[in-house]
Design a protein around this ligand. Structure first.
Ligand code: NAD
Length: 375
């Protein structure tokens, strides 16, 4: 099987789909790997390292895709990449398939079988392929580092001869994979940490990291987790109670990190302009949900916005891309595990009866086969 990796072309995408370590793993499976020149630069991987690992380095996209059975990417392929693939070829990427309608239509039109890494089901067998988790974990870490950088005070309590520096109060909203790593990172830096979520299972996880759990714990809260482990959209009544609790809590915080998402929907609005206006000058908010519309009113994608009352709202997109070398290393391992499902005895063999492949398939045989994306 011929596997190709091309340079990422989306604005600001620093990550890459394979690393030299994973090239070796794929060639051990019997694959040949071609990597477009410059693929690893954003992750500090020179072309020569891919070559040393056994890949062919191709000078451009066209050469990289010639004869490819499988194209591995971080983000969805460009129209040019898709049109260079043969019908029946396979693309695996974080397609963002609910929103990237044009990319999906082009892949279907080209007869390509496309798999979205974001749709890999969260079952035990697929944990090693769970790219949402591998990237969210790093994004949660980096969000706190960005917050600490933007905050004009320290995180830990420090007792010095010149007096005591108070610990920062950090509030993490949304305690999934990214939020829990944000809690852990803020704790490591010495902050006093609280966290909230709508899924009851998150309470114990937050507490096990030494943070305090703060949430509206009513009937609806107790039923808010789907079978897949995700949050449900909450009722307007719940949201009103949640906003009230947020209002009384946020006013005492120095740093807020928001991570709340609901699959297939815009991110819930958790922090209003009034909440932001109630915070002290110098406070920092990091909106990790910005790629999905944001949790915070006034957050601007790709910017640090400063409000009239002196609160900084960090709206960096693609937070995992700010820790690109590690993000690429983990994503590439997720991809190699996934690719293992597509290869039998060294040849491409796509079996859509496999429950992981079926869940992740977006296009196949000239059509959009994913129900959620089609509907
Ligand atoms: P996510 O990225 O979809 O959402 C982030 C968090 O935001 C979630 O915890 C969600 O409950 C929360 N949220 C949504 N609406 C909210 C609101 N109105 N207020 C506050 N919080 C809100 O979620 P995720 O990080 O992908 O993880 C979801 C769950 O899946 C977690 O329990 C995680 O541990 C679990 N998980 C399981 C597996 C597995 O079993 N293989 C793998 C990964 C994650």
């Amino acid at each position: 099987v011929a596997i190709a990796v091309t340079r990422e072309r989306r604005d600001g995408e620093t990550r890459c789909a394979l690393t030299p370590e994973t090239v070796k793993k794929l060639t051990a499976l019997g694959a040949t790997v071609t990597v477009e020149a410059g693929t690893g630069l954003g992750s500090s991987i020179p072309d020569a390292d891919y070559a040393a690992a056994g890949a062919t380095v191709a000078p451009d996209t066209k050469a990289a895709l010639a004869g490819a059975d499988v194209l591995l990417k971080v983000r969805g392929p460009t129209a040019q990449e898709t049109s260079a693939l043969r019908p029946g070829a396979v693309v695996v990427a974080l397609l963002d398939a609910y929103r990237e309608k044009e990319t999906v239509a082009a892949l279907a039109g080209a007869g390509v079988t496309a798999f979205a890494m974001e749709f890999v089901p969260r079952i035990t067998r697929a944990q090693v392929m769970d790219a949402l988790s591998s990237q969210a974990n790093l994004a949660g870490y980096r969000a706190v580092i960005e917050a600490a950088y933007a905050y004009g005070k320290g995180f830990p309590m420090m007792m010095t001869a010149a007096g005591t520096v108070a610990a920062a109060k950090v509030f993490v909203m949304g305690a999934g994979v990214a939020g829990l790593q944000a809690v852990a990172t803020a704790r490591r830096l010495g902050a006093v940490v609280t966290a909230t979520d709508v899924r009851p299972a998150s309470k114990e996880q937050v507490e096990s990291l030494g943070a305090k759990f703060v949430a509206v714990e009513d009937e609806e809260f107790r039923a808010a987790e789907t079978a897949g482990g995700y949050a449900k959209p909450m009722s307007p009544e719940y949201q009103a109670k949640q906003a009230e609790l947020t209002a009384s809590h946020i006013v005492k915080q120095d740093v807020v990190v928001t991570t709340a998402l609901i699959p297939g929907r815009p991110a819930p609005r958790l922090v209003t302009a009034a909440h932001v206006a109630s915070m002290k000058p110098g406070s920092v908010i990091v909106d990790l949900a910005i790629d999905n519309g944001g949790n915070v009113e006034g957050a601007k994608a790709g910017e640090v916005a400063t409000t009239p009352n002196g609160v900084k709202i960090v709206g960096w997109t693609n937070m995992a891309g700010r820790i690109a070398a590690d993000a690429s290393a983990l994503y590439a391992r997720n991809l190699v595990a996934f690719t293992g499902l597509l290869v039998k005895d060294g040849a491409l063999a796509v079996d859509l009866e496999d429950d992981i492949l079926r869940a992740a398939a977006v296009t196949h045989g000239g059509a959009v086969v994913h129900e959620g994306v089609r509907g």
